[in-house]
Design a protein around this ligand. Structure first.
Ligand code: SF4
Length: 103
């Protein structure tokens, strides 16, 4: 886990001590287009006991950022996968809010 992530995550960061990528955080930033390195990084996440917390922190930190402005594998997801997840969640929230009765 990099210092940048640690600084951005906010709140309690105790979960970072249990991160599976802690020993080799650079591995979580595969070069663009290197599918093998991307798969290896995702495989590390699959063994991580804090994958849910990591993904939640990533989505909160990245907010509406485009796929191009998301970096590295976090929470088992590539930057594009996190972007799609963000879009789906935003869309679901819009649907839910539109179904709520108006007062
Ligand atoms: S889910 Fe992946 S990126 Fe997140 S802390 Fe675990 S190993 Fe690191």
């Amino acid at each position: 886990m990099t210092d940048i992530r640690t600084q951005r995550a906010g709140g309690s960061l105790a979960w970072l001590d249990r991160a599976a990528c802690r020993a080799d955080p650079d591995r979580m930033f595969p070069p663009l287009g290197d599918r093998h390195a991307l798969s290896e990084a995702k495989a590390v996440c699959k063994t991580c006991p804090v994958i849910g917390l990591c993904l939640r922190a990533a989505l909160a930190e990245e907010g509406r950022a485009s796929a191009r402005h998301r970096y590295g594998v976090r929470g088992g997801c590539s930057p594009y996968a996190r972007f799609r997840l963000y879009q789906r969640r935003a869309s679901a929230q819009t649907v839910t809010q539109s179904k709520e009765p108006t007062r």
